[in-house]
Design a protein around this ligand. Sequence first.
Ligand code: BES
Ligand code: MN
Ligand code: ZN
Length: 489
Amino acid sequence: MNITFSKISVPTQGVVVLGVPEGGKLGAAAAKLDKQTRGTLSRAMKTAEFTGKREKSLVIIAPTGTKVTRIILMGLGSPKTLDNVAAERIGAVIYDLVSKDPNVTAVLENTDGALAAHVAGGVALKSYRFAKYRTKEDKDAKPKLKSVDVQCDSPSDAKKQHVAVEAVVDGVFFTRDVITEPPNVIYPESFVARAKELTKDGVKVEALGEAAMKKLGMGALLGVGQGSVRESQLLVMRWDGAKDKSTDPIVIVGKGVTFDTGGISLKPPAGMWDMKWDMGGAGVVVGLMRALARRKAKVNVVGLCGLVENMPDGNAQRPGDVVTSMSGQTIEVLNTDAEGRLVLADVLWYAQQRFKPKAIVDLATLTGAIIAALSEHYAGIFSNNDDLSAKLIAAGQAVSERLWRLPMGDEYDRDIKSPIADMKNIGGGRAGSITAAQFLQRFIKDVPWAHLDIAGVVWNEKGTALAPGGGTGYGVRLLNRFIADNYEA
Ligand code: BES
Ligand code: MN
Ligand code: ZN
């Protein structure tokens, strides 16, 4: 989609969206259009009781006195609460109203560059489609939107601000793409191949195969992948954007189980297809790297993805196996379906051995229990550091990717004691998201760390405010904001 920004003028043709603030007072250009149409706009607003409430709209078809084909009055709500997320959500509503029109002009009077850029961002975020495997499609079902011209008070500022907004949209799309791809297409090595596209954005990308991981002693991660014909991979990405290249990095770690059958502790068939997005955490990490690189973020960030396929097989690990992790700690694997924590255990350890992280944030579709607790409305956050946790929660609030903190503590850690090894990979069946987090914490030394359990928010069949149905890209905007607000001087 082609997005342009220009000065406010009175549109003379095509489909026109007019932003209307709460209270219903039309801007100068909108008022002119009202006059040209002999008061059609004000009459329609009165009749429909349209007052400019946020995200409410009123469509006027073929108004007289102008060649404009359709005027959409778009409620902006109160200017006082019109922030960047509100603007994005308005953009998403606009997209749904105009997706069948090729060219659209959006007139946003009395809004600054940042808001105009974020409205454009919202239009783009909602326009995401994944149609590469369709060979036939109803013509009328296809969106036709090609170009959006956003008129605002300071188009040059909007254009500047839009560079960063577009970088983040690109990142979200990259994340949604890898999440949506079927599991026969995305497996550990092909995921790495996709990630190598990031080198064009300036990201350094390397990968460790099974031999290299074996040398490092990553018995926990390798045990998960040993039933798969696909070779496990550890993906390492670096964006060194800080002025001082030697600044310690923020490390972001993603669970990348490209398909989770449960292994020998096999999952039931119904819904097993959802486990193609069990690499959602890794998907966020690659999308974030793209966003940071494309907006040239002034920060050093390392992205790590533990990539494995969890399959039942003659060579698969068994319930009862004991594996030795890179940390040296041993794990009794009582349920091969609790595999994400095994993968993360080694990647988290590697993160601390190789880098000197300022902070580590991991993202994982780790537990069904987090969906029972929070549904699709919040992701769970677990942390050993109040400050880090508060910063992440604030960033999530700011971009409307919300986090809810859950407790940790020794009383939960006791649940993962094993009679024959240092720990077992399942708890006692209660507070499953917390015992999973306790497991991860056993692989954290004294670095600020937060674990985001995103099992409930990676995929949304109905769609969300900013995403059509499917992969949401949840996490990219959150971490982008977290990094921008706290680590870019
Ligand atoms: N990938 C699943 C968690 C999951 C479930 C993600 C539903 C998204 C939607 C994870 O590997 C898993 O199977 N967890 C088990 C852990 C249990 C065996 C302790 C679970 O949550 O049931
Ligand atoms: Mn599992
Ligand atoms: Zn899993």
